[in-house]
Design a protein around this ligand. Structure first.
Ligand SMILES: C[S@@+](CC[C@H](N)C(=O)[O-])C[C@H]1O[C@@H](n2cnc3c(N)ncnc32)[C@H](O)[C@@H]1O
Length: 211
């Protein structure tokens, strides 16, 4: 298995409205992959204060809002263009009054801590974009309320994708994603006892950390 190839900074293809629309259309086609994750989040039976990290176009945000009708979601994304798209998308689905959009950097621990405590913090397809994922996970864990849960869905670096010569877009994301054992080591170093890393077909993984 080849080494993780770290991306430099966050994806610049989220920096203009046209690329964001293109990404949104792509995710609408593959939206089925959120099904199990949403069921998992629902099964956690968390309280009502949610934080979503890197919500992007708001597809998952809407699905979570639909299964948790009493939840208020803070949606934090680095990209103003993504945020604009996500806000409109979620409002169009009728959940606008329960989602507060913030443009900000999840790697800024002081800023993240200033947002307060949350019963559920979740994220999809964003972990591999952080320059220091371990530090972000540590800060997010400290932002959990008592009995809070941190649940992360991300790509998994599978060996067979290395056979595909393309190094662009999705394939560069796969190359920069983690393997389950790398994350288990990371969580062990952070001293988290109540956590699990699951692999999901075909190239996904999830992390669940309970306070
Ligand atoms: C690949 S997209 C995933 C979007 C969405 N969660 C999904 O499942 O389609 C990654 C998102 O994370 C955001 N992001 C990347 N780095 C971030 C950071 N440091 N803080 C907050 N958001 C970040 C990007 O702007 C983008 O919207």
């Amino acid at each position: 298995m080849s080494n993780r190839i770290v991306k430099m900074g966050h994806d610049d293809h989220f920096d203009d409205a046209e690329s964001v629309k293109h990404y949104a259309a792509h995710m609408e086609r593959f939206g089925g992959m959120y099904g199990d994750f949403v069921k998992h989040l629902k099964s956690l039976g968390c309280g009502n204060r949610f934080l979503e990290i890197g919500p992007g176009t708001g597809l998952l945000t809407s699905r979570v809002a639909a299964v948790y009708p009493d939840a208020s979601i803070t949606a934090l994304d680095l990209s103003p263009q993504m945020t604009e798209y996500g806000r409109e998308y979620v409002s169009g689905k009728g959940f606008g009054d329960r989602v507060k959009w913030i443009v900000g950097n999840a790697e800024d621990s002081e800023f993240l801590t200033s947002l307060g405590k949350f019963d559920l913090i979740y994220s999809s397809l964003t972990l591999h974009e952080f320059s220091d994922a371990k530090s972000v996970i540590k800060t997010l864990n400290s932002a959990l309320s008592e009995n809070g849960v941190l649940s992360i869905l991300d790509l998994r670096r599978v060996w067979w994708l290395n056979w595909i010569p393309s190094k662009e877009g999705f394939f560069s994301s796969i190359r920069s994603a983690y393997q389950p054992n790398e994350l288990r080591t990371m969580l062990g170093e952070l001293g988290f006892a109540r956590c699990e890393v699951r692999t999901m077909f075909p190239f996904l993984l999830s992390i669940t950390i309970r306070k």
